[in-house]
Design a protein around this ligand. Structure first.
Ligand code: HEM
Length: 396
């Protein structure tokens, strides 16, 4: 699924030729990922989001207001509920027409998962409205955190030239270059860069560290649990015990776990690659950002590693841990590889893209959003030496 999505995303990136100016890097990426992820799941021919682009905005407007689970403001909830209705109605038309079971060769791009779940749900007597509502949850799960996480990883890298240079070195290991096929040659491309998608976590240790440090900082959500049996827990730091009584609702805020100085070392609010990338390397931040040099000596003592593992919960934990985490990691790493190697992202005019501040966190979101007033105008263009490249994925 991820392979298909990466190929599709590359088609929305600027082709050879002049740079493309976008009003907001966030909205640019958000829209591309929404169109490609829904297409991967539902197929291109009948994807409601592709056929009616206004649904992209409707989805993100739905997502921006408090979710129906958190009835914090009546107005937000009503607007959110209306948008939810529109999106589920669009999906209902898709499932009413049984497009998910289509045997037309033009629909062979529908995800096997969509076909299989649709068939199972019908067999179990689900009505198209229920099938649509269930598939909306899958689409929502796939977009709501993955899109902002990918956005922040891109923003951290492109707002820091020194980090970008290292990321480019790292990403080189993840592609093979071959002559373009005849069709692409006719379109003016000479080479095809194939991403070694299945091995990115091994081939690109620095990009993995970028993603981990990004997730440490942008995870602002709350995990929810209910105590099933009276349970006593104790803190490892003192001999106190706590009784969690059956039926109690527990909210675990991720933010303080990810920013505790005794776990993460000094200045836990700062993006420091060395917290995860433990080679001996001195790292100077680029123009416009705070300057510092980092090496292993600045990292928390090795004995903290166990504590860091326990404290690091961007995908939650235990039985409820995010089932989409491998897909999410693969898609962010693949997108980073393509963008850092093949493209320049700057502000219009060519100066360095500036990291936007976070919007105020909200209870229904696991991942920070950029502040709505931030200037995220950007210019995206092919990188010198990579103009003639068409992007693909190496399938093994
Ligand atoms: C960077 C991207 C993502 C982040 C940060 C993220 C984070 C999370 C978190 C924190 C939870 C709650 C886990 C818990 O309570 O312990 C969760 C649950 C879930 N996630 Fe993700 N997620 C991401 C991507 C995805 C993707 C791509 C999908 C699907 C394609 C997905 C599907 C789900 C589902 C279905 C659940 C509910 C699991 C359950 O209740 O048992 N997520 N996610």
């Amino acid at each position: 699924m991820n392979t298909v999505q990466l190929k599709q995303m590359s088609m929305y990136f600027p082709p050879q030729g002049p740079a493309v100016d976008v009003d907001s890097l966030w909205i640019w990426l958000r829209d591309i990922m929404t169109l490609t992820k829904t297409t991967v799941l539902l197929g291109a021919r009948n994807n409601p989001w592709l056929n009616d682009r206004s649904l992209v905005e409707t989805y993100w407007a739905y997502e921006t207001n408090p979710s129906r689970r958190f009835n914090i403001t009546g107005v937000g909830r009503r607007r959110s509920a209306q948008n939810h209705k529109i999106l589920v109605a669009a999906l209902k038309s898709y499932f009413d027409a049984a497009y998910d079971q289509s045997s037309d060769y033009r629909d062979s791009d529908i995800a096997a998962m969509t076909r299989a779940t649709g068939a199972m749900q019908r067999e179990a007597g689900f009505l198209p409205t229920d099938i649509a509502a269930a598939h909306f949850v899958i689409i929502h799960g796939g977009l709501v955190s993955a899109v902002p996480t990918t956005f922040w990883a891109i923003a951290y890298v492109f707002s820091d030239p020194a980090l970008l240079a290292r990321a480019r070195q790292d990403a080189l290991a993840a592609v093979t270059l071959a002559p373009a096929n005849e069709e692409n040659k006719r379109r003016g491309y000479k080479r095809e860069a194939r991403i070694l998608n299945d091995r990115l976590e091994v081939l690109c240790p620095l990009l993995v560290s970028v993603l981990r440090e990004t997730q440490r900082l942008v995870a602002v959500g709350t995990l929810h649990r209910r105590v099933l049996e009276d349970t006593e827990i104790s803190a490892s730091t003192d001999d106190r015990t706590y009784l969690l009584t059956k039926g109690t609702a527990i909210f675990v805020p991720v933010f303080p776990c990810h920013r505790n100085e005794s776990v993460w070392g000094s200045i836990p609010d700062a993006f420091r690659l060395g917290r995860f990338h433990k080679d001996k390397y001195s790292y100077k931040r680029g123009a416009g950002n705070e300057s510092y040099t980092l090496d292993v000596a600045q990292l928390p003592p090795v004995s903290s590693t166990q504590l860091q593992r326990k404290a690091y919960i961007p995908f939650g934990g235990g039985k409820e841990m995010c089932p989409g985490r491998h897909l999410a990691v693969a898609e962010t790493l693949g997108t980073l590889v393509m963008l850092v190697l093949g493209f320049e992202i700057t502000r219009p005019g060519g100066s360095i893209f500036k990291l936007p501040p976070f919007a105020a966190p909200k209870m229904s979101a696991q991942t920070a959003r950029p502040h709505q007033d931030a200037d995220m105008r950007a210019q995206i263009r092919r990188r010198k030496g990579w103009e003639d490249v068409v992007w693909g994925v190496k399938e093994e």
